[in-house]
Design a protein around this ligand. Sequence first.
Ligand SMILES: Cc1cc2nc3c(=O)[nH]c(=O)nc-3n(C[C@H](O)[C@H](O)[C@H](O)COP(=O)(O)OP(=O)(O)OC[C@H]3O[C@@H](n4cnc5c(N)ncnc54)[C@H](O)[C@@H]3O)c2cc1C
Length: 364
Amino acid sequence: MFDYLIVGAGYAGSVLAERMAADANKKVLLIDKRPHIGGNAYDHYNDDGILVHKYGPHIFHTNSREVFEYLSRFTAWRPYEHRVLASVDGQLLPIPINLDTVNRLYGLKLDSFQLENFFDSVAEKKENIRTSEDVIVNRVGRDLYEKFFRNYTRKQWGLDPSELEPQVTARVPVRTNRDDRYFTDTYQAMPRHGYTRMFEKMLDHPNIRIMLNTDYREIERMIPFREMIYTGPIDEFFDFRFGKLPYRSLEFKHETLDPAVHQSAPVVNYPNEHSYTRITEFKYLTGQVHSKTSIVYEFPCAEGDPYYPVPRPENNEIYKKYQALAAAAANVHFAGRLATYKYYNQDQVVAQALTLYRKIIGEK
Ligand SMILES: Cc1cc2nc3c(=O)[nH]c(=O)nc-3n(C[C@H](O)[C@H](O)[C@H](O)COP(=O)(O)OP(=O)(O)OC[C@H]3O[C@@H](n4cnc5c(N)ncnc54)[C@H](O)[C@@H]3O)c2cc1C
């Protein structure tokens, strides 16, 4: 008899499996329908021996000391500050928008103080920020919005920013200094030997059994367990009773190229041309030295694996109905990005899992 059947071996499932096994001495069966652990953070060496992220670039960053220290039990780190360029009007310009972005785009020589005045002069001030369009035009005006945000968002989400809740574009700051880091979190680093190695260490415990290539529905009636922790899509768990929760998906096109370096930044965004949104070159992220280089193109699409919950008020209404069912479900706990229908970064999912663990164990 297992104490816990944990569905999904991504961050949510793996952190809970580790805590249950190592801290609470519970017997855990961790299952995933994919052929590997790590969920969307899974990385592997490709045929050319280059470490790549199968489901697109994963950059670790957090302000949470607790999360960083927790993960540090399972990995050493490689300091890494992420940088992104956007291909706009024939130039590669820093994004988030900063002083250099504006000066180079418009051929100006503003200082930080003048840039603030520039933003004030072009901003379309909104009383109520209701959409992702409002967030940006309110801060930097329409031209920068059109060049950097509008089409990128339309490609990424299949919706205009005016149809999306503010948080989508609010995630990307606007700066008046020259800081070109994508993130400003206290802890910014990549697992020195990759994410999968970190997950392997996390799950290396005699109380944890792992079953891959298995949908939980195939085994839930055959294997005895006391409680379930579910980290898959919440609508699927309840047989889509209130309808399907919409997700945005991605197709990844991985390529290995002969030159050692392909582009001048880890990620180049293509807001306006091309059907892909961005190209990532993995060696920047991993620090690997290799005579060739591997890149991935991301093509957003409606069908496919569920990656991004679509933040629209009507979808949140549907989610709330599922959430009420989840709250009433006996002996099942829901965690992670898909089960809570939220766009969470890795660190947020780890924090959520640690909190849920304390709650479950505290209740016993
Ligand atoms: C393209 C992309 C880029 C990202 N970049 C970053 C980044 O740079 N930095 C960052 O911090 N975060 C990033 N994220 C977010 C990060 O991937 C998530 O925060 C994290 O992976 C969520 O972990 P999770 O355990 O909730 O979900 P997942 O990793 O999705 O794990 C859920 C697992 O459940 C399994 N599962 C589902 N249904 C079943 C079933 N019926 N039976 C068995 N198994 C099932 C799935 O196969 C999956 O492996 C990115 C996400 C994407 C999609």
